[in-house]
Design a protein around this ligand. Structure first.
Ligand code: F6R
Length: 615
């Protein structure tokens, strides 16, 4: 996700902001920029690429003077990564300058209104729309910057952390936050801003964390003023003394990126359906699907191509799409598909799933499908990635950067996007009735809250990991929608703890794997109260009859499995269709803790790369 940095004070703002941006690089980004004001000229330098490229550009331009500055690392959401779309953005008068982390969902309608009133836009971003909206309000009302920002934010829908300054009053930076993080560092006669405290920890350990719905005016030699966007209520300023290390702040206080990303899933899922799942209007809006609705609804079949965890998300989608749309779905390893002379026709829709958007095999599968006239739809996390550009249309997952090599939040957000697509198509094809649609969207809307509850199993997962950390093998079983979850659970365990693990459909156990079961074999069974629960209970009995150790993922309130299993982890009640979004969580945590207990490098497991750009 984007990172924001700001400084106002007696130091050289360019080096404080630039060094701050380097501290935020861990968040992942595709472009960077900074704006400085030296009392005479506003200097904005920005570039696609790394902070080091920005540093070079800045040195070459000589635009380094200024005692007020704001900087940004951009993770593209609206508009591809390029110099123009990079932040900071400034208003048409060139007097207001802004950086923004988040998404303004209604930017298009605001942009159209501003365009009618003569505003012009250089970029495709929602942020440039916001800074011009602030300018328009300022011009109309003559209000101070803070109040103008406040009024503008009342008009926007979405999430943001912003920092704005006005070259006419260069002693002030106004910041505001809703949904994205923002910290203010307090020095002596100087203030700092950061997406977290890491950009300013070397200067001060005093910080204010802005809360959602608050705006603040930070003025040099004055105390900070904070108030609520909705009702002007002044907020007492609460300064915290930070005791964390730099590394800890980058990981948000978590020991590893993987754990942080596991915990980010409630928000990542919300970010993924925000602006698409319109619960009050009872509809799903997805431009990429709407514009190609006939391609989807007339498709003879959908072929999903992906690798690794993304392939597992594709398998979950197979169950969901077939169930809701009655369109036949095939799920292919991209690496097999591309080399096996597959039958592809122009009536096929190919869905390519990839977190990185750079996986070589998936890319090759897309090219092959396109050559054969199929319509290719991408589900990617990285905006502007090669796969996102190569596909005919697509939908981003908005999970934010996934740094841990083992995929976690990418998986659940991919399932979220694919569920939205299935629901939209199901309604369009009338293969689901309105009641089913409403039940599913309302439950999807509840998933982030249920996921927060599910995360409470963290300590139980740790306790279970302590018992089985020295096992040499582990089986994962699940049925229906939760069979791919079993595969994903096994992949997570083997890739970060190096314990051999296999995922199986529970009923397949008796066709081979049952021979492996003895008192040393831990078997994780997803046994929620939906689908073929009784049959899964029988599988558990078969395991217990052979002295295997059962770790069961059950629905809260379960009695039967609790009596049989050695350990249980409860998840909240949910619909079977959406259950993988919850059942996956305990398996991620179990793998994580096992690997940590074994002292493995959780975020960078041996031999693995985050983006597999080779065949
Ligand atoms: C496993 C994992 C990999 C990726 C696979 C595909 O935790 O991360 O299996 O899922 O390499 O990568 P993307 O989704 O970037 O195409």
């Amino acid at each position: 996700m984007c990172g924001i940095v700001g400084y106002i004070g007696h130091r050289d703002a360019s080096s404080v902001v630039l060094e701050g941006l380097k501290k935020l690089e861990y968040r992942g980004y595709d472009s960077a920029g900074l704006a400085l004001y030296d009392g005479e000229i506003l200097k904005v330098t920005k570039t696609k690429g790394k902070v080091s490229a920005l540093e070079n550009k800045l040195q070459n331009s000589g635009n380094t003077d200024g005692s007020i500055g704001i900087g940004h690392t951009r993770w593209a959401t609206h508009g591809v990564p390029n110099d123009e779309n990079s932040h900071p953005h400034y208003s048409n008068s060139g007097e207001l300058v802004i950086i923004h982390n988040g998404i303004i969902e209604n930017y298009d309608s605001i942009r159209k209104e501003l365009t009618k009133r003569g505003y012009q836009f250089k970029s495709d971003t929602d942020t440039e729309v916001l800074v011009n909206l602030i300018e328009e309000i300022q011009n109309k009302t003559n209000l101070k910057l803070g109040e103008s920002v406040q009024l503008a934010l009342k008009e926007v829908v979405g999430a943001y952390a912003i920092a704005v300054f006005d070259v006419k009053k260069p002693n002030e930076i106004v910041v505001a936050k809703l949904g994205s993080p923002l910290a203010i560092g307090i020095g002596t006669n100087e203030y700092f801003i950061g997406s977290d405290a890491s950009p300013f920890l070397e200067y001060t350990n005093k910080a204010i964390y802005l809360e959602d719905g608050q705006v603040a005016s930070i003025r040099l030699n004055k105390s900070i003023k904070i108030w609520e966007i909705d009702n002007n209520r002044p907020i007492p300023v609460l300064v915290q003394e930070l005791k964390m290390s730099l590394e800890a702040t980058e990981k948000g206080g978590y020991e590893h990126f993987m754990l942080k990303e596991i915990y980010e899933q409630p928000n990542a899922i919300k970010d993924t359906y925000r602006g698409r799942l319109l619960i009050n209007e009872k509809l799903i809006k997805m431009a990429g699907v709407e514009e190609n609705l006939e391609r989807f609804t007339n498709a003879d079949r959908i072929i999903i191509v992906a690798c690794g965890t993304s392939w597992h998300a594709g398998l979950v989608a197979e169950y969901i799409i077939e169930d809701l749309t009655r369109i036949p779905v095939e799920v292919e390893y991209a690496s097999e598909f591309r080399y096996r002379n597959p039958i592809i026709t122009s009536k096929d829709v190919i869905i390519a799933i990839s977190q990185s958007g750079e996986t070589a095999d998936t890319l090759a599968a897309i090219k092959l499908a396109k050559q054969n006239g199929a319509f290719v739809f991408g589900v990617c996390n990285v905006v502007g990635s090669t796969i996102a550009r190569e596909t005919n249309a697509g939908a981003y997952t908005h999970a934010g950067p996934e740094i841990g090599v083992a995929s976690t939040k990418a998986f659940t957000t991919q399932i979220t996007v694919l569920t939205l697509i299935a629901l939209k198509l199901g309604l369009a094809k009338k293969t689901i009735d309105n009641n089913t649609f409403l039940r599913l969207i309302s439950e999807l809307n509840e998933i982030p809250e249920k996921l927060i509850k599910t995360l409470n199993c963290n300590n139980t997962a740790l306790d279970i990991a302590k018992v089985y950390k020295n096992s040499t093998n582990c089986l994962f079983l699940g049925r229906g929608y939760n069979f791919p979850v079993a595969l994903e659970g096994a992949l997570k365990l083997k890739e970060i703890s190096y314990i051999h693990a296999e995922g199986y459909p529970a009923a397949e156990m008796k066709h081979g794997p049952i021979a492996l079961i003895d008192e040393n074999m831990p078997i994780v069974v997803v046994a929620i109260n939906k689908g073929h629960y009784e049959k899964t209970v029988s599988n558990i009995q078969e395991i217990k009859a052979r002295k295997g150790k059962v770790i069961a993922i059950v629905t809260e309130g379960d009695i039967t499995v609790k009596e049989l299993a050695d350990h249980v982890i409860e998840i909240p009640e949910t619909l079977e269709t959406l259950s993988p979004l919850l059942t996956t969580i305990p398996l991620q945590l179990f793998s994580y803790h096992t690997a940590v207990l074994l002292n493995k490098n959780v975020d960078q497991p041996r031999n693995l790369a985050k983006s597999v750009t080779v065949e």
